[in-house]
Design a protein. Structure first.
Length: 231
């Protein structure tokens, strides 16, 4: 079955202006001060025992990491979600699965990201992030966020960054950010278009299953981290 087409629009002039303003003002150290007195969990040391590592940001109920960790036992999968219901249920589901290469943390992912060593991840996935529609909240979208450049730093050369959304505008902004952010030159786009609905039991995450069941078109962007000497 052919997936429905999914147009990813160029962001409008106002969005471009606001993104560029946000990048020029970004001060990650200052942003992270809000967590300086918070007790944050440690990253699971056993995650780093695996040579190949994948991180799912805002993993919801963990469908993606549960399935992929069963398919790829030599890769470690870590999901992080802060939601009071989804994050808690995800951790329970992961503990119940009792799979050595599967890890889950019920916490906010933003202050956790600086804990990862540079170039320690083979894959980062972001499935159906909250679109933060009201313009006054757009600073919370990944494309505007001061943490965005860190995602690229954490990915190994040749590693991948995948983002899927039912919101075309969101992917348009993310695509613009990865192409124009002054600190994201290492990321090369490899795919932009509809999600793959041909795999058996399509629907990598709970939101994706819901969108497929209700006929909501979804799109995806994929990027690969360049080697230093690759243009
Ligand atoms: C729309 S849901 C998608 C969940 C899942 N990825 C899926 O596709 O089924 C967005 C998820 O991101 C989580 N989230 C948003 N911001 C987050 C943050 N800063 N840290 C951790 N989780 C976050 C929310 O709790 C929510 O579960």
């Amino acid at each position: 079955m052919q997936p429905p087409p999914f147009e990813i629009p160029h962001p409008d002039a106002d969005a471009v202006r606001q993104m560029e303003k946000a990048w020029s003002r970004a001060d990650l150290t200052r942003y992270l001060v809000r967590w300086q007195n918070s007790v944050l969990p440690d990253l699971p040391p056993a995650f780093f025992d695996y040579p190949t590592r994948a991180l799912d940001l805002g993993c919801g109920l963990g469908r993606y990491i549960l399935r992929e960790s069963a398919r790829n036992p030599d890769t470690a999968y870590l999901g992080i979600d802060k939601g009071s219901f989804r994050g808690g249920s995800m951790q329970e589901r992961i503990e119940k699965a009792g799979r050595l290469n599967l890890f889950g943390l019920h916490t906010n992912v933003i202050p956790m990201l600086p804990k990862f060593p540079a170039a320690s991840l083979d894959q980062i996935t972001i499935f159906y992030p909250n679109p933060w529609w009201p313009p006054k909240h757009r600073q919370k979208r990944w494309s505007y966020h001061p943490i965005l450049p860190l995602l690229a730093k954490l990915i190994k050369p040749n590693g991948t960054l995948v983002i899927a959304s039912n919101e075309a505008f969101y992917l348009g902004e993310f695509r613009y950010a990865l192409a124009h952010h002054p600190h994201l030159g290492s990321m090369m786009e490899t795919y932009a278009g509809p999600i793959d609905i041909t795999e058996p039991e399509a629907g990598r995450t709970h939101f994706e299953v819901k969108f497929l069941e209700t006929g909501v078109p979804c799109g995806e962007l994929r990027f690969k981290k360049r080697h230093h000497n690759q243009n």
